[in-house]
Design a protein around this ligand. Structure first.
Ligand code: F0G
Length: 429
């Protein structure tokens, strides 16, 4: 019988859970201590002002609006600023961002550089936006139909790849030419700052915080999921300079999330995020974080497993199209691989391919494929040890060694949007 609770696997049935790095990290003693000090006043709590001052310090944005997570910030921003027929350019929209843009009747257009769609090309900043494509898009649709330009740092759907400061400045320059606001999807801003520090000339002596501050200084606002680089289990925010957008956003916030000084969160959550945003910029933490993801990438790639190169910040992305050339995109090779990783070793990853980003054929034919067929193994922050990662690598290498045995899947039920969260499958063979 169909499981109508959408629960799928129970987490207790998973050995190594790499489904997401979102809200799954371990909180520090300081964060827990902050939670004990949480002020639960309905309005104007001490915890809100602490949270607000940390967000302002890092981003420089004047208006800070807490939300229960990232997609709530997206939903509110787009309800205020995006209308039917608009086009929102981004390097690559994450799935909830794309869905929230489309929900307003607008088009979400991905303009990552061409190399960002090729898993095997090694470049330091594969998350960069193609600024010529941005200019061409603005010329094509007209600036009045573009409410904002977005940059996702790091570029999650494109392999967790960073965006360089040079590219941020170049995107800003195009925005200035046409009078457009630039909004960051800042979920992994600290990991992006670390990549800038170690890969971009002129930043080696800057702190991650200085780099983040510089990046935000080129923008007009940000949506943020504090479940990633906020090091918290829940939370997010919308930060803006435009006071009119902020006024409208707060009115919607009251309707859907809560009063503007808590926005769907408990006072203790605001404390946890305030501490997390400071801890995430610690150099020792970031060095360990980026290196441990790279460690898994090195191990599996060294054994011949095709992955997105170089390693992303928060995740290793296996290139299922290269590993399973016998399974066409509309039979979901990355889903097949994700299932086999679980069956073999209890490792749970997630498909980022045609299930997530393919489009349905209106006449019932095969889906139009996504740009890439990836399985993402996202590493929760401060959670797993080297031996967990060694075990994961063994499972991946074992499955890769018998990849010709894997078969495709067909979808048996699907929702009209964000289908990958709830759809059901059956094997083709
Ligand atoms: N933007 C990006 C780049 C994200 O990765 C996510 C979430 C969101 C926005 C939405 O934030 O979940 O707090 O509502 N990504 C998670 C993931 C779910 O697994 O990558 P949210």
């Amino acid at each position: 019988m169909r499981d109508t609770t959408c629960s799928g696997l129970h987490a207790t049935e998973v050995i190594i859970d790499l489904l997401t790095d979102s809200g799954t990290g371990a909180m520090s003693a300081e964060q827990w201590a902050g939670m004990m000090r949480g002020d639960e006043s309905y309005a104007g709590s001490r915890s809100f002002f602490r949270f607000e001052s940390v967000v302002k310090d890092i981003t420089g944005f004047d208006q800070v609006i807490p939300t229960h997570q990232g997609r709530a910030a997206e939903k509110i921003l787009f309800s205020v600023a995006v209308k039917d027929g608009d086009v929102v350019p981004n390097n690559t929209h994450f799935d909830t961002t794309r869905a929230n843009v489309e929900y307003q009747g607008a088009e979400a257009r991905d303009l990552v550089i061409a190399e960002g769609r090729d898993p095997s090309v090694i470049l330091p900043f594969k998350g960069n936006m193609d600024t010529e494509a941005l200019r061409a898009t603005i010329e094509e649709v007209g600036a009045d139909r573009i409410p904002m330009v977005m940059l996702t740092v790091t570029n999650n759907s494109g392999g967790g790849q960073p965006v360089s400061m040079e590219n941020v400045r170049a995107v800003r320059a195009v925005c200035d030419e046409y009078g457009l606001p630039l909004i960051f999807d800042a979920c992994r801003f600290a990991e992006n700052a670390w990549f800038v520090k170690i890969r971009e000339d002129g930043y080696e002596d800057k702190t991650p915080k200085e780099i983040a501050q510089e990046m935000f200084s080129y923008g007009d606002g940000a949506t943020m999921s504090a479940k990633k680089d906020g090091l918290a289990n829940i939370g997010g925010f919308l930060a803006l300079n435009d006071t009119e957008w902020a006024l409208e956003a707060r009115n919607i916030l009251i309707l859907t999330e809560g009063f503007p000084t808590y926005g769907g969160l408990a006072g203790y959550d605001l404390e946890a995020i305030a501490v997390g945003l400071e801890e995430v910029l610690d150099e020792n933490y970031l060095r360990y974080r980026i290196r441990s993801t790279e460690y898994l990438a090195d191990k599996v790639h060294g054994a011949g497993v095709p992955i997105v190169l170089p390693a992303g910040g928060h995740a290793v992305y296996i290139d299922a199209a290269a590993m399973l050339p016998h399974i066409p995109p509309h039979e979901y090779p990355a889903q097949s691989l994700a299932i086999e990783l679980y069956r073999t070793g209890g490792v749970r990853g997630v498909e980022i391919g045609t299930v997530m980003f393919g489009t349905r054929d209106p006449d019932g034919g095969p889906d139009n494929p996504a740009a890439m067929e990836l399985v993402r193994l996202a590493i929760p922050r401060r959670m797993y040890t080297q031996s967990h990662i060694d075990y994961t690598a063994e499972v991946v290498i074992d499955v890769a060694g018998r990849s010709d045995e894997l078969a495709g899947y067909r979808i048996t039920e699907q929702a009209p949007w964000l289908r990958h969260f709830t759809c059901t499958f059956e094997p083709m063979a």
